[in-house]
Every structure is written in C-alpha cells, then in structure tokens.
Design a protein around this ligand. Structure first.
Ligand code: GTP
Ligand code: NA
Ligand code: MG
Length: 456
C-alpha cells in the first residue's frame, strides 16, 4: 500500500543479442572502461553485472532531456553472451530483467541469436528496446563523442543520412516480418504496442545518452509499482564461481531486501539445501564489472538491486538460477530448507514423467527448463531428469528402459554437463547411449538421427 512506500529500487536491465553486435562494448562506453578487449577472443562467456549510480546517469540523460527526473537510485545492467552456445545464460539473464536491450548491428540486421533473443523475450513477456548499433560505420560518418543521436544524425551529410535510412528501413522490415511494430524512439508515441529503436555507436558513444534515457524513462513510466522497494528478500544466484583466495563464491542479483555479513543463508545445492554463513559481501566499484578482477568493495550490509558476490564456506555444489533465503530470528530453519528444496524440485517435477522416455540432465535449472520445453515441443517423451554431471546412478536409471522393453529409450541427453568416467564405463557395459551437447538443437539432431537408425 502507498502508506509503506519506501522509494524505488534500481531496475534490472539485461543486454542481449547476436555475437559481436557490440553488447559489451556498449556497456564499456557507458562505464568508460574496456572489458571487451580483455575477454578471451573478444567473446563474453559469463553473465556480468554492473551497477550504474544515479549521478552517472543524470549526466547523460540531461543531454537528451534537460528536465528529466530521475526517480530510481541507479540501474543494474546484466551483460550476456551472444555466442550460440550460451543460450542458457541468455535465458537466466532475461528471466531476471525488468527490461531488456536487444542489440542489432545496423550493417547485419537480424541474425540467428537476434531471433532467438526475440523469442525468449516474448516468452518471458519482458519489455525491451532495440539498440541499432555501429552507426559510426556508415560511410563518411562524422563522429562526436557521447552526443545524443538526433543531434548526431542531423550533423551528417545527406548521403550518410540516406544510408542510415535505407539500412534502418531494412531492419524495421525484418522486424515487421516477425510481427513486431517498431519506431525510432523519438517518433514512438505508444511504448506499449511499439518497440523503440535507439541508434547507437559503442565506438563513439553517440546514442549512449539516448539509450540510458530510454531505459530510465520506460522503467519509470511503465513499471512504477514493480520497482517499489520491498523489504522481503528477493535474491537469485546467477553464477557459481571459484575465485583465487576466496574459494567457491556465488554471484547473486539482490532485487529486494537486505543481506548482512554473518547472515545465515539457505540455497539449493545439488546434494540438498546448503546452509551457510556469509563471510564477505563484495561488490565491484560502482561502474566496474563483476567479472573483472578489481579490488572488491567489502560491505557490512547491502540492499536492493545490486550484483553481489558472496563468499561463504560450503558453496561448492550451489545451483545457479535458484533463490537464496536468509534465516531470520523467528524463522524455522527446516521450513526454509524445505522452501528452497521445493523451489528446486518443483521445476524438476513440474513436467509429465512418461513411463517410457529418455533421461535428461542439464547444468542449471534454467537450462533444464529450456530443454524440457523443447523436448515437449518435439514430442520426445521424458522418463526422468536431473541437474549436474552424469553419474553412474543416472546410467542405472536410464537402463531401466531395457527392462521395460523400451530399449530405444535407454538414453541420456546431457545438456551442458560432463559425464564422469565411472558413468561412461557403466554406460558402455549396460549399453546405455549418452548424447552430450552445449546447444539444445544439437541434442535434438543427435536424437532424431539415433531414432531413425534404431527403427531401421
Ligand atoms: P559477444 O559478447 O561475444 O556476444 O559480443 P558483443 O555483442 O559483446 O560484442 P563486442 O562488444 O565484443 O564487440 C564486437 C566487436 O565489434 C568488437 O571488435 C568491437 O570493437 C566492435 N564494435 C562494437 N560496437 C561497435 C560500434 O558501435 N562501432 C564499431 N565500429 N565497432 C563496434
Ligand atoms: Na564479442
Ligand atoms: Mg560481449
């Protein structure tokens, strides 16, 4: 109710798109850093989260609208990889976001992972804007760092503006063909039915002020209620990572509520709920990326809309994509453990188990969900599922299909997980087939070929 209004939290924004469209570079341009050049092969392989405080934002939004009122304390932007193998990470990133930025290279138009991202956003009903990036590549572009895009376009000679218009029209047509209405953001008078396009350059920073302005305007105008600060903890594990000197840590997105050093936390682990104590709460410096090795800032406590690294003992088999709970003075620990297990298992059990079907293993809850929905669409029956590495006991389970006289289903589909040696040995002995892949549709290919062969 309005009587308990505690202000707004920072919106969480996820940046997605095809590989090399300039997602990381755009964030670098906003941060004035250079993460992109430090990445192996220039490819993003993890989710990174950066907090942008209000002062940094105000400076940019003023260039677009002098009178723009900033009501949120900042934004948390999550970078995701565009490489096709990292569908699961895009999924996790987009499921956390209040709003997404879909980046399209103006020279390339729609590409496979652009389309995949569009489908994902539609499925999640996540509102988004489009950054039409790399405008500086237009022939004879006249650049001026960090200017607003309307100013940048009007500065160009006619031939440049013509090329822009032609390429812009092409992209819009491709989007229309996918059933999307869109407009340049300053010509868009209905944000709800038409997607706003912001032309940008991650090289010159032109359009970057506009991008920030639109993120803030849309989240503030369209989702006021959703952004009201709540006391109840909402915290999701996005990465489980080993860090030298800290051991296994988890990166979380803290949407609402407060975490304190010394808090007892409960989260899902592969071998059952993990109960542990927060040893350190760490964030990168503001405007720095969580993935980059900086001096972390230590916090005694931390609240709302932050990417936080938690160091604590016993996090080795924590599961990314699950909720994290804090044990309060009046809480019953067993109840919280149950809640965490239920969240974890409800996804594991929330599908039709068939008496005869394949056995499925995946790396995270998010990727398992994706795989199950995919298998359902393909009408591939599933007998049972699990998270994590393929073990001997999984092979034993899959082997049950032989006794049930469905030997063709004595099969494990393993998505983005390893098969341990013992399991492989057991599979060879028992005649259980294991297909592994990092990309969902590769598993489907393997399965389809296998079934064709089997039926011959
Ligand atoms: P993944 O994370 O691997 O999916 O790629 P990404 O979308 O993060 O793209 P990234 O930031 O790695 O940029 C890819 C390449 O495009 C780099 O060489 C960048 O320097 C270049 N690039 C990105 N944005 C722009 C731009 O606006 N203009 C120009 N000229 N080059 C750009
Ligand atoms: Na890249
Ligand atoms: Mg990147």
């Amino acid at each position: 109710s309005s009587s308990s209004f505690m202000g707004y939290r920072s919106p969480v924004i996820c940046i997605m798109g095809h590989v090399d469209t300039g997602k990381t570079k755009l964030l670098d341009k906003i941060r004035r850093t250079n993460v992109q050049e430090g990445e192996a092969g220039g490819i993003t392989q993890q989710i990174g989260a950066t907090f942008f405080p209000d002062i940094a934002l105000q400076e940019q939004t003023r260039k677009v609208d002098e009178d723009f009122d900033l009501e949120v304390p900042g934004v948390l932007i999550i970078d995701t990889p565009g490489h096709e193998s990292f569908n699961n990470l895009r999924m996790r990133g987009s499921s956390l976001a209040d709003l997404a930025i879909l980046v399209i290279d103006i020279m390339h138009g729609l590409e496979p992972q652009t389309v995949e991202s569009l489908e994902l956003l539609k499925k999640r009903r996540c509102p988004f804007i489009i950054a039409l990036n790399k405008i500086d590549i237009l022939y004879q572009w006249n650049a001026k760092q960090y200017t607003s895009v309307q100013e940048a376009l009007s500065r160009q000679q006619q031939s440049v503006r013509d090329e822009f218009q032609t390429r812009y029209n092409n992209v819009v047509l491709q989007l229309n063909e996918r059933g999307l209405n869109c407009n340049l953001y300053w010509e868009n008078d209905d944000y709800r039915s038409s997607v706003s396009i912001v032309p940008t350059s991650a090289l010159t920073g032109e359009g970057v002020p506009d991008l920030l302005y639109m993120i803030l305007k849309l989240t503030q105008d369209l989702m006021g209620d959703k952004l009201e600060v709540r006391e109840k903890l909402e915290c999701t594990v996005i990465e489980v990572k080993n860090i030298e000197g800290l051991g296994t840590t988890i990166d979380v997105v803290l949407l609402n509520g407060t975490l304190k050093e010394g808090d007892t936390i409960v989260l899902a682990g592969l071998g059952g709920p993990i109960v542990t104590t927060i040893r350190a709460l760490l964030t990168p410096q503001p405007m720095k990326e969580m993935r980059v090795k900086n001096e972390y800032v230590h916090h005694a406590q931390i609240s709302t809309s932050m990417g936080v690294k938690i160091s604590a003992p016993g996090l080795d088999d924590a599961v990314a994509g699950t909720e994290l709970l804090v044990v309060g003075p009046d809480d019953d620990l067993d109840e919280l453990k149950e809640e965490v297990s239920e969240g974890f298992e409800s996804i594991l059990n929330d599908f039709e188990k068939e008496p005869a079907g394949v056995y499925v293993k995946a790396s995270t809850l998010g990727s398992l969900e994706a795989l199950l929905s995919f298998l359902q669409d393909m009408k591939i029956p599933v007998f049972d599922v699990g998270i994590g590495e393929v073990h001997k006991k999984d092979v034993k389970k899959a082997c049950i299909m032989k006794e049930k006289k469905n030997p063709e289903y004595a099969l494990i589909l393993a998505f983005d997980v390893k098969v341990n040696q013992e399991a492989q040995k057991q599979a060879d002995t028992d005649g259980v087939t294991i297909f592994t892949a990092d990309i969902i549709y590769h598993l489907q290919d393997k399965f389809t070929k296998y079934m064709e062969k089997y039926r011959e």
